[in-house]
Design a protein around this ligand. Structure first.
Ligand code: V07
Length: 261
């Protein structure tokens, strides 16, 4: 079917022409965009199983989706994209899988770094980097260094990230500081935020989770206080431009109240 995209919606079949997708994109560009989008990239394993492929093929395809999603977000004008790549709980996976996942940052930069630089994208990292293998630390430090002066979209990878660990780390920093200074002061939300990994970033406006799970799984618990949540059954390797546009369209149709009337 040339010029058409077949799309499954709520179990039914929706056929969108390329023109309809362009119209959706035009419509989206005229409304207020989310500044910061965060994504839980779930469903690589299930995608592989359904295609009778080994699990690592799902992760490999997942990296391809990272590449395309970075491109779409950048061209749409999203300012910050945070991607949950590896959680503090993911170390409990089989050793071979952890090793494979740990090879992905390098694979990603090998092919993408020139384009990230050309597109003025700045790479940042959140999470406990001290526990990462030496090689991975080096690779991500190089990626961040090579893009640090870029002033366009911020591409923020959450790597060995856990939100409770992040909050505890902030609390422990504050205790240590109080101990050193010999005084304990009450602190504000704004002050506390400065001790989180995300200290330089605004909170996400939109959280997307793929693959049908309706949880936030220890991701950005503090930062998601007023974030709009959007869930899709689509597995991460199948997440495409249309999915992104649908999430942003849903975001734009919501009225954000921040607890007020
Ligand atoms: C990973 C691919 C995406 C789906 C989720 C799990 C598998 C990109 C990176 C990455 C991380 C840091 C960085 C550059 C690239 C990555 C891991 C897993 C561990 F600086 N994708 N991806 N890292 N997957």
């Amino acid at each position: 079917m040339q010029g058409r995209v077949v799309y499954y919606l709520d179990g039914g079949l929706l056929i969108m022409t390329v023109q309809q997708i362009k119209d959706l994109e035009t419509h989206i560009r005229t409304e207020k965009l989310p500044v910061h989008i965060a994504i839980i990239m779930d469903g690589n394993g299930r995608w592989a199983a359904e295609h009778n492929l080994a699990r690592h093929e799902g992760h490999r395809q997942g990296v391809e989706t990272v590449r395309s999603t970075v491109r779409y977000c950048n061209s749409l004008g999203i300012e910050i994209l945070t991607l949950f790549a590896f959680s503090t709980e993911n170390w409990q996976r089989p050793v071979w899988e952890v090793n494979y996942l740990m090879s992905l940052p390098e694979k990603y930069f090998q092919t993408e770094l020139p384009e990230l630089i050309k597109n003025n994208v700045q790479v940042k990292m959140i999470g406990d980097q001290s526990k990462l293998p030496h090689k991975v630390k080096k690779v991500i430090a190089e990626g961040a260094e090579a893009t640090k002066d870029n002033s366009g979209m911020i591409l923020n990878f959450a790597l060995n990230y856990g939100s409770r660990a992040e909050i505890l780390n902030a609390v422990n920093c504050l205790i240590e500081k109080a101990f050193k200074d010999g005084k304990i002061n009450q602190i504000s939300e704004e002050h506390f935020s400065r001790y989180l990994y995300t200290k330089d970033l605004p909170d996400p406006d939109l959280l997307i989770r793929t693959s049908g799970e309706l949880r936030v799984s220890n991701f950005l618990l503090w930062q998601l206080a007023y974030t709009e949540l959007w869930f899709t059954d689509v597995y991460w390797p199948d997440f495409g431009k249309l999915e992104l546009l649908k999430a942003v369209d849903a975001f734009q149709k919501r009225k954000r109240r921040y607890g007020k009337v």
